[in-house]
Design a protein around this ligand. Structure first.
Ligand SMILES: [Zn+2]
Length: 72
């Protein structure tokens, strides 16, 4: 069971982000959050999630920057 890194709520699905929908939408807005989840899940499925995790360990988890760069 995954727990949200912000509010510690349990996350029941198998998303790659350890952030619940409530916090995700609060931080990024509904549209961006949906894009972030999609991008990170795709990255995980294609074996690239390590790149995201590495970014997270080096810095604060600036998911918006990481995913924003990926999308644009
Ligand atoms: Zn949360």
């Amino acid at each position: 069971m995954t727990k949200c890194v912000y509010c510690n709520a349990e996350i029941s699905d198998d998303r790659s982000m350890e952030i619940c929908d409530r916090c995700g939408v609060q931080v990024w807005g509904e549209k961006m959050w949906a894009a972030i989840k999609k991008t990170t899940d795709n990255a995980r499925d294609s074996g690239n999630l390590a790149l995201f995790k590495e970014q997270e360990q080096k810095n604060e988890p600036h998911w918006k920057d990481v995913v924003g760069n990926k999308i644009s």
